[in-house]
Design a protein. Structure first.
Length: 580
């Protein structure tokens, strides 16, 4: 097998897959990057499995039997399916609806409207959950105290409620808020680049806006919706912070928390059972991934050409004010309200159910940014990891996604499966695998930034890969083929044609990666250390120790940093889309 430099490849078949031709330099680099990622993942998992089964005690299937026969396992599976299933469906409806309103109707509020549904992503999941605990705890929540005082004036006395975040509806609500941005970003990017003539043709034939949405628009962006659903399910299954904080009080035990309990409660840790439970998550992700690939491969969706395509605004009449009110209400409930709770506790200095503005100060922020070396160092390390690690992960995922879509064959199938595989594994198990494989000889990474870079590459490859695949699926393959036939080399075609058209979708992936790495909790609890702290590691420690004002201030600072980066990236994406 040889590597071609500038010679144009043979014309591609109609399917867009060019199996059988020689590798280009770009594809060779992609295989090397994919191989490094695959070897890292496989080596870490094999090292963990060897560590578990090396003593030869019992059957290799014993951990699976033990995991399935543990007390409450059936309820754990049922609660996980219920919470993640309902939350993903609700999030999909909200995300697709908001994306359509912002990209295709006159209900949008300009740049701010496109940014609104992303705000829940900018408030770290752990911080947002704690904010809702401060506000809506059954007895001591600030909002509940205010509501009970108001109801008491109406003659309705109560000692608890009326809100209760420690409940199944509370968990579904928080999970939904957490998942919405992951579906919204790829769907919004696809709608922004979708040819509006499709919608216009539908309206010419007498279809109204709603019928056009369901009969034309949604089918045209099926790859983006399928990719968003896969991301949403993966995020829901891996979400740890909501389950560990809310689940205990609500008596709801999800798989992520059960795996965490098996690894951290008791000695020795029950790693075998934890890995066994992770295999069920992995099977779920692989099944959903197969469905997503079939949906994308059918090809019954619209593609993006080389000419810029502005959105055709649908006039909703008076309905635009209702739509705007719903979006603003969503933002208020999902982000502004818990963020205000965090700001209040951070300024108050302690958690007090009754609302009082006397004695507010900035001491907690001085502690976080200046006095406490652990929190200030964690912020610096997390920003560095989020920028560099997120960029490297997105570049590798984009190259792999393009290679898989163009080449086909056995290598592509293996790369596709391995890129999505970490989505079905708990970050705790992956962290233990990476720690087992790379902390000792011959690598001796220990608890360093190097092992954190490696871990975040593995953790978030699925999110980056699915986002890149969805962005590439919306591009007309004939553009790249025409560029190659006209004499442009593979690298020039990638840089001048493919990547610029993918950029709006990749911007969404960059935002996701930055925020997720900034706020990662579960893996950081094992891989970070006092010398290399990160925000997730520090926040979990602060929560365990009950340092509420400091964790609230740290959550506010994280939100401001994430919001600034997200707005900058969104501006870049919108500007690039308007220039095409």
């Amino acid at each position: 097998m040889t590597i071609g430099l500038d010679a144009p490849p043979e014309p591609a078949p109609v399917t867009g897959r060019r199996s059988g031709r020689r590798l280009t330099v770009v594809e060779a680099v992609t295989i090397v990057l994919g191989g490094i990622f695959a070897l890292t993942l496989v080596y870490a998992l094999v090292s963990l499995l060897v560590e578990i089964f090396a003593d030869g005690a019992g059957s290799p299937l014993k951990p699976f039997a033990d995991a399935l026969t543990m007390t409450g396992t059936g309820k754990v599976f049922a609660d996980t399916v219920l919470v993640v299933g309902i939350s993903t469906i609700c999030a999909a409806v909200i995300a697709v609806g908001f994306a359509w309103l912002n990209e295709r109707t006159n209900a949008r509020l300009g740049f701010i409207a496109a940014f609104l549904p992303l705000i829940p992503l900018l408030v770290p999941s752990l911080a947002s959950t704690i904010g809702w605990v401060f506000l809506a705890a059954d007895r001591a929540g600030v909002l509940n105290v205010l509501l009970r005082d108001w109801l008491s004036g109406l003659g309705l006395d109560a000692d608890t409620g009326p809100l209760n975040v420690y409940s199944m509806p509370g968990m579904v609500f928080l999970y939904t808020l957490n998942i919405v941005p992951f579906i919204y970003l790829p769907v919004s990017a696809a709608l922004a680049r979708l040819d509006p003539s499709l919608d216009e043709a539908s309206r010419v034939f007498g279809f109204g806006p709603v019928r056009t949405l369901f009969k034309v628009t949604i089918p045209s962006i099926r790859p983006a919706i399928a990719g968003g659903l896969l991301l949403g399910i993966g995020v829901g299954l891996a979400t740890f912070s909501i389950g560990v904080i809310i689940g205990a009080g609500a008596r709801i035990d999800v798989l992520a928390v059960r795996i965490y309990t098996l690894l951290t409660h008791g000695f020795p840790p029950r790693t075998g059972e934890a890995v066994a439970l992770c295999t069920f998550l992995l099977l779920t992700v692989l099944i959903v991934s197969t469905v997503q690939r079939r949906v994308t491969a059918k090809g019954a969706h619209a593609t993006i050409g080389g000419k810029g395509t502005g959105a055709a605004a649908v006039d909703l009449g008076w309905g635009k004010w209702v739509a705007r009110a719903i979006m603003i209400l969503f933002v208020a409930l999902s982000s502004v309200v818990p963020l205000l709770g965090l700001i209040y506790i951070s300024l108050r200095g302690y958690w007090q159910p009754t609302l009082s503005f006397a004695g507010l100060n900035l001491d907690s922020y001085v502690t976080v940014l200046v006095e406490n070396r652990m929190t200030s160092g964690a912020l610096r390390n997390s920003i560095l990891l989020a920028v560099v690690g997120g960029l490297l992960t997105l570049v590798a995922a984009t190259l792999i996604a393009i290679f898989v879509a163009q080449r086909g064959g056995r290598v592509s199938k293996w790369l596709d499966g391995l890129a999505k595989a970490p989505g079905g594994l708990s970050h705790l198990v992956l962290a233990i695998a990476i720690l087992t494989a790379f902390s000792g000889p011959p690598f001796r990474f220990g608890t360093s930034l190097g092992i954190l870079f490696l871990a975040f590459l593995v953790f978030y490859m699925p999110q980056a890969y699915v986002t890149a695949s969805s962005a590439y699926a919306q591009i007309s393959k004939e553009l790249g083929e025409a560029s190659l036939i006209s004499g442009a080399g593979p690298f020039r075609t990638l840089a001048r044609i493919t990547l610029p058209l993918m950029l709006p979708g990749l911007v969404g992936g960059a935002i996701i990666l930055f925020v997720l790495i900034m706020s990662e909790v579960t893996g950081s609890a094992l891989l970070a250390g006092p010398r290399t702290p990160v925000v997730g590691f520090v926040m979990l420690d602060l929560w365990v120790n009950g340092t509420f004002s400091t964790i609230a201030a740290l959550g506010v600072v994280m939100t401001l940093v994430s919001a600034a980066v997200a707005m900058l990236l969104l501006w870049v994406g919108r500007r690039s889309a308007s220039l095409r």
